[in-house]
Design a protein around this ligand. Structure first.
Ligand code: MTE
Length: 311
C-alpha cells in the first residue's frame, strides 16, 4: 500500500507442496527434539487443524509455498517498512486469549472466544487466489469456514445492510499504530450480500495449520474476488450496520481505494495498473481476470452497477 516496491523473489525460493510437507514433518520433529533439550521450538510451529473438508470452490492452481505466503505480507500495524517486516515483528502479538464480538443490528449479540469460533462450522480447505492492488498475487490454501455461518449465530435484523470488520490494536506489539496517516484501528466493510456469499470466509489457518500471526491470526476475513486490502486481519469486532461503514484505506485515499474494491482489470489504480499481475515466484506477468477469476460466481451481485464508478 504506501509501501516501497518489493524486491523480486527468485523462483528458486518456491517450495513445491511435497517438499513443504516433508519439511514440515522435519520441523515438527526438530521442534520436539529442541523442546526435549530445553531449547525453544521453531518460531513457526503452529497447531494442526485436522479433519479438513475439501471445498469445490478451491482453485486447481498450485499454491504458493508457505515461505512465500508467510514472509511476503502487508500488515501495516507492524510497520510500513516492507514485505518482510510483518513476519519479523508479528510474533509479539498474543493471539490467546482472543474474543470476537458480533454486534450491532442483530437479535442476539455475542462475544465468542476463538475456541468457540473454531466450532461454528466444519473447517474447510479453500485454495483461493489473492490479488493485491499493488500488482502481485498468490494462491493460498486457507483453512476456514463461511462468514455466513458465524453471522447465523447472532440472528441478523432486517435493517442490517452492511458488515463492519474491526481489527486488533495492540500498541505494544504493533509499532505501526504510531504512524498517524491511517485512522486506526484498521477497519473494513462489506455489503451484506457480499458477506453472506458462500465464497466469503473467515480464515483461521493455512496449509492445514493455524494462521501465522503475520497472516492475521487467529481470525481474518478472506474475500477472494476483491483486492487483498478488503481482507482484514486479526479481527476483534464484527458489527452489522445499516450504512456503508467507513474503511481505513478509503478514508486515507478515497480516489485510490474504493469501498467495493472488486478486482477489475479495466479500472487502473493511480499508481498501479490493474490489467496484469505478477504471481509471487513467477518471472512473467499474467493477465488479471475480472473479479480475480470468480466472475461466474459473483458478477451477478453487481448487475446494473457502473463498476468504474463503484470501484
Ligand atoms: N489487515 C490488517 N489488519 N492490516 C493490514 O495492513 N493489509 C491488507 C490485508 N489485511 C492489512 C490487513 C492487505 S493490503 C493485503 S494485500 C492483505 O491483507 C495481505 O494478506 P497476506 O499478507 O496474508 O497475504
Amino acid at each position: 500500500m504506501l509501501i516501497k516496491r518489493p524486491e523480486d523473489i527468485p523462483p528458486s525460493e518456491i517450495t513445491p507442496r511435497a517438499l513443504f510437507e516433508r519439511r514440515r514433518a522435519f520441523i515438527k520433529a526438530a521442534g520436539a527434539l529442541a523442546l526435549a533439550a530445553g531449547m525453544p521450538g521453531p518460531a513457526w510451529s503452529r497447531e494442526a487443524l485436522p479433519g479438513l473438508q475439501k471445498s469445490p470452490y478451491s482453485t486447481l492452481e498450485p499454491p504458493n509455498s508457505l515461505r512465500d505466503i508467510s514472509t511476503y505480507n502487508n500488515f501495516v500495524e507492524f510497520g510500513f517498512g516492507g514485505k518482510s517486516q510483518p513476519a519479523e515483528r508479528a510474533g509479539a502479538m498474543k493471539t490467546r486469549p482472543w474474543t470476537v464480538s458480533v454486534e450491532g443490528l442483530v437479535q442476539k449479540p455475542r462475544t465468542l472466544a476463538i475456541e468457540d469460533i473454531l466450532k461454528v462450522a466444519p473447517l474447510e480447505e479453500r485454495i483461493y487466489r489473492l490479488r493485491c492492488v499493488e500488482g502481485w498475487s498468490m494462491v493460498i490454501p486457507w483453512v476456514g469456514f463461511p462468514l455466513a455461518a458465524l453471522l447465523k449465530q447472532v440472528e441478523l435484523l432486517g435493517s442490517a445492510k452492511f458488515v463492519e470488520f474491526v481489527t486488533r490494536m495492540d500498541p505494544v506489539a504493533m509499532p505501526g499504530l504510531r504512524q498517524p496517516f491511517l485512522d486506526w484501528p484498521y477497519t473494513e466493510g462489506l455489503r451484506l450480500d457480499e458477506a453472506l456469499h458462500p465464497l466469503t470466509i473467515m480464515a483461521v489457518g493455512l496449509y492445514g495449520e493455524e494462521l501465522p500471526n503475520q497472516n492475521g491470526a487467529p481470525l481474518r476475513l478472506v474475500v477472494p474476488w476483491k483486492y487483498g486490502f478488503k481482507s482484514g486481519k486479526s479481527i476483534v469486532r464484527i458489527r452489522l450496520v445499516d450504512q456503508a461503514p467507513r474503511t481505513t484505506w478509503n478514508l486515507a485515499q478515497p480516489e485510490e481505494y474504493g469501498f467495493y474494491a472488486n478486482v477489475n482489470p479495466d479500472v487502473s489504480h493511480p499508481r498501479w495498473s490493474q490489467d496484469k499481475e505478477r504471481r509471487i515466484g513467477e518471472l512473467f506477468k499474467r493477465r488479471t481476470l475480472p473479479f480475480n477469476g470468480y466472475a461466474e460466481q459473483v458478477a451477478s451481485l453487481y448487475a446494473g452497477m457502473d463498476l468504474r464508478k463503484f470501484h
